[in-house]
Design a protein around this ligand. Structure first.
Ligand code: PLP
Length: 392
């Protein structure tokens, strides 16, 4: 189906932060499959995990015990607020599970009327019918039938509107602690805290979508850990969890998941042995304190250098934002054109809402590679400036 607007570029192999075309041209990958190949392309530990498992057992149904699934669930619950985990093949499915978990919780508590899911402008939660309704972005909803009841959108970060909206039919609030597709917008600390408090006061469940911002991307294992006392009840993960192999997860407290009893949910592939072997290998790397320290160091370098670019190219760079290695650059010139200018420099970056481009490099990006990325971005800024001048 013609659903993608593709760049005229194909890659044959990848290694670390480099992608190579069939004729051997190298590109510096600062988009990492949109925050997926967080440990770099063909990371040797992940490659080994796939190879070893591929020779043993790929798939068994969830009607049997899957020891590595239990192990990965144990690992995820050890390092998070959660007590239980459901494994999926994508972020969207993790969101789907989160929404179902929230509604079923209230149903199990004798409140089936509590079914409204409150989301925010600029959010992105995936492409299933429930996920597009949860984010409410009109361009993703158009043509797919009426907007579903039970989903409410509010302006990003508007606590007054939120206090007004939460009521006897509210099931949950869903939010990305750092918006990804929306243009790397970080939710202010005070807002996340206030949301947690409001949820506690009203029995509303708090769902974090950390599919893009989670798993060390911001320099802490989960983005919400930057804020004390703002843990969720339910959280969706994916992307970096499989490092390129499709793995997602919905984490929840036992209380939040009380309605998710036998038969209430399921998946054919979710949590299969091959996916779990990769997930375990990825988690071992992603939870290393030295990786998180490295992310903070490289992110600090980017922040400093990008603010220099903003000063030198105020006609191109309007704002630099985000958290850790989820970096948004808001532009004065069209972001699609800027991505092309970056590609001309053999640098790959992602687009984003609010006329942003995003840098989402592998978390293993070296400082030397970050320096190279900045040089290439400077080249892209010069090209954008020249193009704007020629058009004026
Ligand atoms: N939520 C967020 C924050 C995302 O960034 C994405 C994907 O970009 C999704 C959900 C959907 O994940 P997937 O494309 O794996 O279904």
């Amino acid at each position: 189906m013609g659903v993608y607007s593709r760049a005229p570029l194909a890659f044959e192999r990848g290694e670390g932060a480099r992608l190579y075309t069939a004729d051997g041209e190298a590109y510096l990958d600062c988009l990492a499959g949109i925050a997926v190949t967080a440990l770099g392309h063909t990371n040797p530990k992940l490659v080994q995990a796939v190879k070893d498992q591929a020779e043993k057992l790929w798939h068994v149904s969830n009607i049997f015990m899957i020891p590595d699934q239990q192990k990965l669930a144990d690992r995820l619950t050890q390092v998070s607020f959660a007590d239980v985990v459901f494994f999926t093949n994508s972020g969207t499915e993790a969101i789907e599970c989160a929404i179902k978990t929230a509604r079923k919780h209230h149903w199990a508590n004798g409140h089936p009327e509590r079914l409204d899911i409150i989301g925010f402008d600029g959010s992105f939660h995936g492409r299933s019918i429930a996920a597009v309704n949860a984010s409410g972005n009109p361009s993703y909803l158009e043509g797919f039938g009426p907007k579903l009841p039970g989903f409410i959108q509010l302006p990003f970060g508007d606590m007054d509107a939120l206090r007004e909206a939460v009521g006897p039919t509210t099931a949950a609030i869903i939010i990305e602690p750092v918006q990804g597709e929306g243009g790397a917008r970080s939710v202010p600390e005070a807002t996340l805290k206030a949301m947690r408090q409001l949820c506690d006061e009203t029995g509303t469940l708090l769902i974090y979508d950390e599919i893009q911002c989670g798993l060390a991307r911001t320099g802490k294992l989960f983005a919400h850990e930057w804020v004390e006392g703002a843990e969720p009840d339910i959280m969706a993960l994916a992307k970096a969890l499989g490092g390129g192999f499709p793995v997602g997860a919905c984490l929840a407290t036992a209380e939040a998941a009380k309605g998710m009893t036998v038969g209430s949910h399921g998946s054919t592939y979710g949590g299969n042995p091959l996916a779990m072997a990769v997930g375990l290998a990825a988690m071992e790397e992603l939870t290393k304190p030295e990786l998180m320290a490295h992310v903070r160091e490289v992110a600090g370098y980017f922040t400093q250098q990008l603010s220099g670019l903003r000063d030198r190219f105020p006609d191109v760079v309007v704002d630099v934002r985000g958290k850790g290695l989820l970096i948004g650059i808001k532009l004065a010139t069209p972001n699609r054109e800027f991505m092309q200018h970056a590609r001309d420099q053999h640098l790959l970056i992602a687009g984003g809402g609010d006329n942003c481009v995003r840098l989402l490099p592998p978390l293993t990006l070296t400082l030397a590679e970050a320096r190279e990325a900045i040089e290439k971005l400077e080249g892209a800024c010069e090209a954008a400036r020249a193009r704007a001048k020629a058009a004026a």
